[in-house]
Design a protein around this ligand. Structure first.
Ligand SMILES: Nc1ncnc2c1ncn2[C@@H]1O[C@H](COP(=O)(O)OP(=O)(O)OP(=O)(O)O)[C@@H](O)[C@H]1O
Ligand SMILES: [Mg+2]
Length: 495
């Protein structure tokens, strides 16, 4: 079973990772992403060149120890990094736009709703002094202005393009400022040259972007006027109808008809409180909250931890996201509740055709959730493949270490804790960052960073052990035995 794989080729990681053998639709594409934080002690290199694709309808699990850069990766996708963070390189492509180039507030206005996120601690995502119902409907009402929506739909692409190009200009200026700090003449000269070129290239483009945006705004204003006029004329017609029939009815019924029509008219223009409540109750039922009418009026403290996490999921769902990022959503919950929430996420993923990025440090959870797995260590993806690749043919010593550290329910084997601690990201180690903790480390691991070796068209790992010249290394016995056992249980279908 244990394949002593030696990869035949290495791949240019950022550009080709995820060769997408089955030609699946890519929803989100992260390339060569690097993020650092400015702190008093220096720069913390939290994410150092991460690349992956998220396919439509799949769950991609990102797994790794504390501090490996999982949350920073997901926060970068959401555009919620905070002021001390700097995106050093890379791109995140969603619907043809590079999200790293959109400023935080713009991102929320334009794209924020299509990518939803749920966090580890449901309490901190809920307002303790606001009724649950209001917390769910609030977002719907804010996003529910249909006139504004119509207008945004028309101008969004032009607006994003303008913001993108303005931001590119800004970035070249920032890079120059950054280069000046280095006090290296050559670096400064090249940054200056680059900033000048970018300015010459971008200024005319930005001017053109503005012209296009102005046109789109005009078009939007016209459409909005037409829309409002149409809605109003229907409203007037209905009022006339009510008046025409008034002789057959009592005055109080006629009055009631007018009020009902007024409500209907308002709901043509925006999501009303009534409509929001109806939808909130529906989504509460969808996430498994019984007696939603009563629950709607309660406060967060009246809910258990698991129920609160269901509410947080419900809030994320109200925007009807295409991508759901779950950052350790079950770590604060006990095991049975955890299993229920995981099952709920799986069910919602299937019924709503969402793509899920699921972040966890728990390989047991990964096994229940993942279609594909990315193993992260010290700000990098060190192994990447289908769940089957990573669980049955793990290739990176770090993945082996993770696999040996999960408790085995059947044999009650002792845990093999991973020795040592993750590196300090103020000073990321040279070469293979895991080498210091790995008994499989080779000399080269301390000098040169391993490339991504391609094991199959779905499976990659960054370890020198896969190089042709490397000595044969077998995965730890505890891991191979466990794989054999689980294969036996599965009837050998993976062999
Ligand atoms: N605002 C910040 N300022 C400075 N350093 C930060 C900041 N946020 C994160 N980091 C650092 O970035 C690195 C990656 O952090 P991240 O939160 O992504 O880890 P993680 O993989 O999500 O870990 P955990 O499992 O504990 O949630 C860590 O070294 C962390 O200390
Ligand atoms: Mg985290």
């Amino acid at each position: 079973m244990e394949k002593n794989i030696k990869a035949l080729k290495t791949i240019d990681y950022p550009s080709t990772v995820g060769e997408n053998p089955k030609n699946q639709e890519v929803v989100l594409s992260v390339r060569n992403l690097a993020v650092s934080f400015h702190t008093d002690e220096g720069r913390v290199h939290a994410v150092r060149g991460v690349s992956f694709d998220l396919y439509k309808g799949e769950t991609l699990c990102i797994v790794g120890e504390s501090g490996s850069g999982k949350s920073v990766t997901s926060k970068t996708i959401m555009g919620i990094l905070g002021a001390s963070a700097h995106i050093d390189s890379g791109s995140i492509t969603y619907e043809g736009e590079d999200l790293t180039k959109i400023a935080e507030d713009e991102f929320h206005r334009i794209r924020g709703t299509k990518i939803g996120m749920i966090f580890q601690d449901p309490l901190s995502s809920l307002n303790p002094i606001m009724r649950i119902g209001k917390q769910i409907t609030e977002v719907m009402i804010i996003n529910g202005n249909k006139v504004k929506k119509l207008r945004n739909e028309i101008i969004n692409d032009a607006l994003i393009k303008l913001k993108n190009d303005q931001r590119l200009l800004q970035i070249s200026k920032e890079e120059l400022r950054y280069a000046k700090k280095s006090k290296d003449k050559e670096v400064i000269a090249s940054a200056k040259e680059n900033a000048k070129k970018e300015k010459e290239r971008l200024l005319p483009i930005i001017k053109e972007d503005r012209v296009v945006l102005r046109k789109k705004k005009k078009e939007a204003n016209k459409k909005v006027r037409e829309f409002k006029k149409k809605v109003l004329s229907i409203h007037r017609e209905k009022e006339k109808e009510i008046l025409a029939n008034h002789s057959k009815k009592s005055w109080s019924d006629v009055y009631g008809d007018f009020i009902a029509e007024k409500r209907r008219y308002t709901s043509d223009l925006r999501v009303t409180h009534k409509e929001a409540k109806r939808r909130a109750l529906k989504v509460m039922t969808e996430v498994g909250i019984s007696d939603p009418e009563r629950r709607f009026k309660q406060y967060p403290f009246e809910f258990s931890g698991g129920m609160r996490q269901r509410i947080v999921i419900a809030i994320a769902l109200t925007a009807d996201p295409e991508v759901l990022i779950c950052d350790e959503p079950t770590t604060a919950l006990d095991v049975t509740i955890q299993a229920q929430i995981l099952e709920l996420i799986n069910k919602l993923k299937a019924s709503r055709h969402m793509s899920v990025i699921f972040i966890t440090h728990d390989l047991g959870v990964v096994a229940n959730m993942a279609d594909r797995v990315a193993v992260m260590y010290a700000g990098k993806i060190v192994e990447y493949g289908t769940a089957e690749d990573v669980f049955y043919h793990p290739a990176h010593p770090y993945t082996w270490a993770l696999l040996s550290s999960i408790p085995d329910i059947d044999s009650k084997e002792r845990l093999d804790a991973i020795p040592g601690t993750p590196p300090n990201m103020l000073f990321p180690p040279k070469g293979d960052a895991f080498a210091l903790r790995s008994k499989y480390a080779l000399g080269i691991d301390f000098k040169k960073e391993p490339p991504m070796f391609e094991i199959s068209d779905s499976h990659y790992a960054a370890t020198w052990l896969l190089d042709e010249r490397a000595p044969l290394a077998e995965m730890p016995k505890i891991v191979s035995t466990r794989i054999k056992n689980s294969l036996r249980k599965a009837g050998g279908k993976h062999e």
